[in-house]
Design a protein around this ligand. Sequence first.
Ligand SMILES: Cc1ncc(C[n+]2csc(CCOP(=O)(O)OP(=O)(O)O)c2C)c(N)n1
Length: 630
Amino acid sequence: MVLEQIDGPADLRALPDEELPLLAEDLRQAIVEAVAKVGGHLGSNLGGVELTIALHRVFESPRDLIVWDTGHQAYVHKMLTGRRDAFGALRQAGGLSGYPSRAESAHDVVENSHASTALSWVSGLARGQAELPAEDRRRLVAVVGDGALTGGMAYEALNNLGHHQQPAIIVLNDNGRSYAETVSRLSERVADLRSDPRYRTFKDRIDTALSRLPFVERLTEAGLEAIKSAVSEAPALQSFVEALGVRYLGPYDGHDLAKLEHALRHAARLQTPVLVHVLTQKGKGYAPAETDPEKKLHDTSAFDVETGRANGGDSGPSWTSVFSASLLEVAEEREGLVAITAAMPGSTGLLPLASRHPGRVLDVGIAEQHAVTAAAGMAHAGKLPVVALYSTFFSRAFDQANLDVGLHDEHVVFVLDRAGITGDDGPSHHGILDLGLSLRIASSTVLAPSCAEDVDALLRTALELQGPVFLRFPKGRAVTTEQLGLDPDAEVAGLAARRLRDGADVCVLAIGDRVLPSLEAAALLAADGFDAEVWDVRSVRPADATMLAAAAEAPLVVTVENGLVGGGGGAELADRLVERAGVRHAPPVLRLGVPATYLPHGAPDRILAEIGLDAAGIAAATRKALTDDR
Ligand SMILES: Cc1ncc(C[n+]2csc(CCOP(=O)(O)OP(=O)(O)O)c2C)c(N)n1
């Protein structure tokens, strides 16, 4: 294996050209094998193999800084920068992160896996080193996907890079897709280019014109550049970035190593902001990824290498699929309902609705802020927008939710998937801020179903309300009414809370997916002789008056949530108790939730146990509070 000879970029640079295709093959095989075992991001890593090799041959990381936008496509980079042997433990607790990680390697600069930030990072890095002598300045490279280029921050940074003529190389890894096809005219034009015979004509014309140039000029890239700019069929992207003051090179075949290296060396010599446009094929080299119509195996759980099919996981539907089915039903009943996604139609459960009513699902690109303000506009125009986001990405759109939706009292329903600890993707992907953020919006309603049946009931309620309404549920398999010991036919009205268990020693107010472990904790406490009352809060705001009245009488209240404990659901309920009972008479409240720290990757259940949010942890904390008589 050629890959075994590569312990760092220096080995890669020393490798003879003819061995590079073998290395590319080794890398693809190693990535498929590792991801098949542990799950992770596949399609973009397979597509970016040659590009990553070329980057590490041309630039000298870690002296030169390579910033991977989003970071899900940095597996090849990890393999080539000394982490080949550790790759088997990808995304496992204590093993390699699925994204760049400063703790892992000096080659990793940025580990924020929320998209569209790389151009701002290099703009800032360029500004930061502007006063250094030229020989001390590092070369700066941002690698960004066409999907990430639909995010507003990328345009804001391009504007600054061009305006201030900051020397930085933006490598656009254009595979035409985010998860689904990228929503952008700029991308569409490139898709046309891939198949359009006029593009060939354009390229041919350049070659012909170039062959007519004097020999010396032919040697200079400047000659080629001048001709390209003069040809009117140049891609729309070229006109766009050049209008902002950023040079454009390309498009290049992202699987042609020699051409890529040549293009990157040229870009590095320019000393200006320059965008190198590289066309790659998502999933390249692995048939099940190349042919996956939904997302080119963008991400996947562990799978069978032969077929590419995910290994059977736990049985039962996921929270997402429960929401998906419910949305389909309620959409049939409400013509005005429109679902909005920020480039994740499949993962947020919108595909069934999109296939039945294509016009009623809107993919805005990786543009959460725009999604939310556009939803406010739609609501004002009489539609019923449902914005389906992962909890972690909602943070991006807090200001829009607060002011465009909240201040204007527009009725927008936010469905926040993957709320709570998400696990494998590490600190930037845990959905632990949404409760705190949504509760900061003065007019918001905040709902958290504890079981599958309640997703439907609370979604229906959310659609009846006014103003911003948030519905959050976690990653993974949905809890059933049977697991909670509920009668499936016993309906709970509207926003009412549900008393699941009586008890006089302590009143546990459990939110969303922490209801089941709280019930289990009550059983553990009962074995120790403590009688716990347990409520399924369902609506954090407004909180049910009957529940608050019961809690106000308890000697101790414990709140439990899968979200940041500071300023979260427990804090909200504690405030309501004080309001109700008076500050001197309200019961003491023990708030259990996620601590304010950047939690690393690992299996969700394991992380939840470590931070005391499983049944044993809830029981232990409650027992301690009950017996702590100082
Ligand atoms: C702000 C934000 N929203 C959503 C996502 C989820 N997400 C991760 S990768 C991805 C698609 C990225 O597409 P692109 O940049 O073209 O990279 P590719 O995977 O196609 O190489 C999305 C939507 C994210 N990381 N950040």
